[in-house]
Design a protein around this ligand. Sequence first.
Ligand SMILES: *[C@@H]1O[C@H](CO)[C@@H](O)[C@H](O)[C@H]1NC(C)=O
Ligand SMILES: *[C@@H]1O[C@H](CO)[C@@H](O)[C@H](O)[C@H]1NC(C)=O
Ligand SMILES: *[C@@H]1O[C@H](CO)[C@@H](O)[C@H](O)[C@H]1NC(C)=O
Ligand SMILES: *[C@@H]1O[C@H](CO)[C@@H](O)[C@H](O)[C@H]1NC(C)=O
Ligand SMILES: *[C@@H]1O[C@H](CO)[C@@H](O)[C@H](O)[C@H]1NC(C)=O
Length: 232
Amino acid sequence: MASTDSGSSVSAPHRSGDLFHAGLAVALLLGVWSVGGLEVTTGKVSLIEAVNGSTVLLPCNYHSCIGIKNLFFKWTFRNNGSEQALCEGNIPAEKIEPTYSISHDRVTFVGSSTTSNISILLWNITFEDEGQYICFARNPKEKNRNHSAVLTLRVVDQMKEVDNTLTVLIVSVLGGVIGLVVIIMVIKALVVHFLLKDDEKNKECLVTSSGNDNTENGLSGAKADNKGTPKA
Ligand SMILES: *[C@@H]1O[C@H](CO)[C@@H](O)[C@H](O)[C@H]1NC(C)=O
Ligand SMILES: *[C@@H]1O[C@H](CO)[C@@H](O)[C@H](O)[C@H]1NC(C)=O
Ligand SMILES: *[C@@H]1O[C@H](CO)[C@@H](O)[C@H](O)[C@H]1NC(C)=O
Ligand SMILES: *[C@@H]1O[C@H](CO)[C@@H](O)[C@H](O)[C@H]1NC(C)=O
Ligand SMILES: *[C@@H]1O[C@H](CO)[C@@H](O)[C@H](O)[C@H]1NC(C)=O
């Protein structure tokens, strides 16, 4: 998956002097070699999230169709550009268990050559263990080409995270409900306000008009009628 193919472009031009043909050869060879050559993989995972204090498996497997001999492998931890060796070893031949050395007090090797497994365990992780873990392998049978796969470890504080998501959830749901209620109340208040205003206007209109009607129809109404007819 994440095997590097550097180095092939250096060796390929021997087969053809012409640069274009060399390029073609490289392209073809890359296809063939990636099938036949060594492959180092972390499986489907490239990011591991784990709770601080827990122990994580850093998986790595190798695969080679042309077989291995004195396969060299190495685990390194990369954080902020600095690299730290964790474990390195040698597998003399297929199915022969590796010899290895460990240079980190919380790392144990759990791989097995019967399953082409070169995984390690990192015990009791802390937040300082966050970073990239590189599984590197080199098979002398393949002109020492380098292969590596990278795993990223993220350390989380589970209790806090659960609390946070819960509170965030509760707050957002509550906030949403409250917001909705507020909006509904505001709309209701506005509607009521305008309806009342309209009612009041209508009432006022009715009152004034009826008042006018009354005055017109009343005693003063006769005066108004009297005043109105000369104008018209
Ligand atoms: C492989 O990696 C080693 C360091 O580990 C480096 O010295 C060497 O040049 C690399 N080889 C290729 C072909 O990239
Ligand atoms: C995780 O880290 C926090 C803060 O650093 C600490 O309080 C807590 O005890 C740790 N949890 C575990 C399981 O180590
Ligand atoms: C790595 O960098 C981050 C910030 O970029 C810093 O918080 C952290 O302490 C650094 N870790 C180490 C091991 O230098
Ligand atoms: C991990 O932590 C436990 C409990 O604190 C301790 O007993 C154990 O020795 C630790 N393991 C390593 C490899 O440091
Ligand atoms: C590699 O070995 C470890 C430890 O035995 C195991 O947990 C893991 O599942 C193995 N990985 C594969 C891909 O077989």
